[in-house]
Write a protein that binds this ligand. Structure first.
Ligand code: SAM
Length: 296
């Protein structure tokens, strides 16, 4: 819990007004998650069938909603791949919003630990390639392990793990990718509320600093995507400075060279100026913001 006089609390009280106490209460509760079935492992191999007793919802096929209080672990199927990946439902929607097509050349610019990469790899199962990039060596190790645990060897040949600063893709690989997911490093206010040290370090200036890094990454993604290609920009921040404002800056600077694509409004989503946000007081999961941007 955080006191109502804490600068973090006061900052978001100003941003969200009367909504803030309810949003704050939802943020400090545990996250709603889904068990997403690994489609790269044949369905007849789905282990234990325990997942089938969990509710499914039409908007997220292949996802089983984990009831609160349940703790379920993935299990190995007959082909030695893990059967499910546990993640936030909004993350599944974000990865799908990139609309990856078989044959695409895809960049997941900030990929670790890899939940969204797995969703996109499934769309490339027949053809195409994906570069799963992350700057952090430790997180990259986790990403490699996830890929080994969930992706069959035959598909893994077209999945590359790289460790660049995402900003480098702009100048080094211009006009190279059909699809780019930029799931940017962000404040992650849910995490801040769980962590006293992070609360003590928080200040509005940190958000501003992150927003400027996010913009550099987004500007690099803009250079690296092909004309007619698509970028999905996402964060798990509730701060408009890290969400719409970053996208708005790109639109302002690149003018006619970019356009927004209307983001699908999944159940629980709320439209913002440039995209959609899932907030836990309304959706029951999140926070997760995303915007779909096309290079014209
Ligand atoms: N997309 C991931 C998933 O769904 O599992 C989560 C990504 S997390 C929000 C952001 C990631 O960005 C972190 O793993 C972090 O190491 C990485 N990162 C931070 N700065 C970066 C940079 N300049 N270039 C590339 N990756 C970066």
């Amino acid at each position: 819990m955080i006191s109502e006089s804490h600068p973090f609390y006061k900052h978001f009280e100003k941003v969200y007004g009367a909504r803030w106490p309810g949003l704050y209460a939802a943020l400090v509760q545990s996250e709603q998650q889904v068990a997403r079935q690994n489609k790269l492992s044949p369905v007849e191999n789905l282990s234990a069938k325990k997942w089938s007793s969990f509710p499914q919802k039409p908007e997220l096929p292949g996802c089983f909603w984990i009831p609160s209080g349940e703790h379920s672990q993935p299990e190995r199927n007959a082909d030695e791949l893990l059967d499910i990946y546990i993640m936030d439902p909004a993350s599944v929607m974000v990865a799908r919003a990139l609309d990856v097509q078989s044959g695409d050349r895809v960049l997941d610019m900030c990929a670790a630990p890899g939940g969204k990469s797995l969703v996109m790899i499934e769309s490339l199962a027949e053809d195409g390639e994906i570069f799963c990039n992350d700057l952090s060596p430790e997180r990259r190790e986790r990403l490699k392990k996830v890929i080994q645990q969930y992706v069959p060897r035959s598909v893994r040949d077209r999945v590359w793990v790289t460790g660049k600063d995402g900003v480098q893709f702009g100048l080094k690989e211009p006009d190279s990718f059909d699809r780019i997911l930029l799931d940017a490093p962000c404040s992650g206010e849910r995490h801040i509320l769980e962590n006293k040290a992070a609360q003590d370090e928080w200040s509005p200036r940190r958000t501003e600093h992150l927003a400027s890094r996010q913009y550099s990454l987004l500007a690099a993604a803009f250079l690296a995507v092909k004309s007619g290609g698509r970028i999905v920009y996402s964060t798990c921040s509730i701060s408009p400075a890290e969400n719409d404002e970053v996208v708005r800056k790109l639109l302002k600077k690149k003018k006619d060279a970019v356009r927004l694509v209307e983001a699908p409004l999944g159940v629980g989503g709320e439209r913002t100026e440039c995209g959609v946000i899932y907030l836990p007081d309304h959706a029951g999961f999140g926070p997760l913001y995303f915007s779909i941007i096309e290079k014209t």
